[in-house]
Design a protein. Sequence first.
Length: 203
Amino acid sequence: MTNFSKLYYFETHDSKSDKSDLKVEGIKMDETQFRDTIHKLLKDKLPEYNVTKGENLLYKLMIDSQGKLQPEPNTLIHPKRGQLAFQTDILIKNDKVPLVVIEIKLGGFSTHDVLTYSTKANKHKEVYPYLRYGLIIGEKTKIDRRFFTHNTGFDFAIAIESIKDSAEELVETTKEQLRASEDMLQVLENKEVRKFVSRVVLI
């Protein structure tokens, strides 16, 4: 069974380099274009999975005053934002089961971003305990220390300057996270486990 990796950190280039390919027709990408480019890469490289962008994911289930489940059972597969669901940047599913979420930031992130996304990740994991959660930061060669100080919900994070140079690494990391999620699903379905290891990998 796959070891469940706690954190991945990739430094892709020396900070003095200028190898960024985060441009469209010579114009710097915005965050949406960056997300769309990462989405296309993963969709092309992971044909056996359903890779979507901007999809909503539940963060809570509750019983209402009538004793009924909310959201209603017929909406659980495709939840709506604002109805106990948050929107995700990139969601990877096996059929109908969400396995990996990747949030996207371009040009860095704030302490508030880490706190907010970590809370969001943990809320999603309360509903989907096998879910893996990651962060991709574009136009960066390293992950700021504030991430490690305030992170509680992310399982992996990658700083990339060049999508082309980092593509293989990004795809392989995502595959590892998918395997970890699928392994946890098997555990939750009563697979017996003798050993569990949580790793921290810093590169």
